[in-house]
Design a protein. Structure first.
Length: 325
């Protein structure tokens, strides 16, 4: 029986064979058992999700190095970038590109290799794959096909930043990258402002000033932290209120991907303060104070809040009528 299992494990394509359930217990684990009947499918390949350093090469784990060396293929965002890491550790495994622009087609290709018995390592340019990085499609496709997906844990930027931030860590909300456009960014912050958990975002250095300004106007002057160049020579944590951080970054040119951490709501925001009508009026008032005319302010506020202009106008009139009573 063991010999039979060995022969089946060498199949190069998915094959369904009718074998006794007892064979499953004697095999090497290279089969996925289907509970609906007595058939098992030969699927020997595994997909390994491998975290890599976010700056300091000493942060890679021995297990990650071993799996990168033993894998048949490494799928990575930038093959040239990953090759530098592999060369440092003397790893000669072949690489293939897997990024946001080819993710859909490449996921099918990789699953075909996995079904043929190949073991594939998935890495990002830095940190843990899928965390604000490509990878969801191939992982989801592999699971749908009954292929084993194995995480090899390691560095992740937001966790490192949060642990040293000094802000509450008992509960937090990681929202990935804030939208690049101000209107969408403000809408996202409005959506999150009543959450009591610590808010965690990734942000690019050229957008940090605008992000801090919008956060201050939408969330209020909360305690916050900007962490940059994590685990690198010039690692930096800047702590203070959102006002202080905005002033700090307003006239400086910073480099490196950043983690923006903001304390959660203290519960002082009532339902009425977070209602669409109130948010609309508050935003219009802010724009008019900045010198925007009332018609343009209404149009811009409606766009930021995802409202139709006519609906926003009716909400504005109703809110003003309530306020005048």
């Amino acid at each position: 029986m063991v010999a039979a299992a060995s022969r089946f494990s060498k199949l190069t394509s998915p094959t369904t064979v009718s074998l006794p359930k007892a064979l499953l217990e004697q095999s090497s684990g290279a089969f996925a058992f289907r509970l609906s009947d007595d058939r098992i499918t030969a699927v020997a390949g595994k997909l390994f999700i491998i975290a890599t350093p976010i700056g300091n090469l000493e942060d890679i784990t021995e297990r990650a190095v071993r799996m990168l060396r033993e894998a048949d293929l490494i799928a990575c965002e930038d093959t040239r970038h990953t090759r530098k890491l592999l060369n440092h550790f003397g790893i000669s495994t072949s690489t293939i590109s897997y990024h946001e622009h080819n993710e859909q087609s490449r996921a099918e290709e990789l699953c075909g290799l996995l079904e043929a018995g190949k073991s594939i390592a998935l890495v990002s340019d830095a940190g843990t794959p899928l965390i604000s990085d490509p990878g969801f499609r191939v992982v989801n496709a592999a699971i749908d096909r009954g292929i084993s997906v194995v995480p090899i844990p390691g560095p992740v930027a937001f966790a490192a930043a949060l642990s040293a931030s000094g802000l509450p860590t008992d509960q937090f909300y990681f929202a990935g990258f804030l939208p690049p456009r101000s209107s969408a960014r403000r809408a996202k912050l409005i959506e999150l402002r009543a959450i009591p958990a610590t808010l965690v975002f990734y942000e690019a250095p050229h957008r940090i000033k605008a992000a801090l300004k919008d956060a201050l106007e939408i969330l209020g002057d909360r305690q916050a932290v900007v962490a940059r160049e994590l685990t690198k020579l010039h690692e930096e944590f800047t702590r203070g209120t959102l006002t202080e951080l905005f002033q700090r970054f307003a006239n400086s040119e910073s480099r490196g991907e950043m983690v923006l951490i903001i304390s959660g709501s203290d519960g002082s925001i009532s339902d009425s303060e977070t209602s669409p009508e109130t948010r609309l009026c508050d935003r219009i008032d802010q724009l008019e104070r900045d010198g925007v005319d009332s018609k343009t302010a209404l149009k811009q506020a409606a766009k930021e809040l995802g409202l139709k202009r006519d609906d926003a106008y009716r909400m504005l009139v109703n809110q003003k009528n309530r306020r005048s009573r």
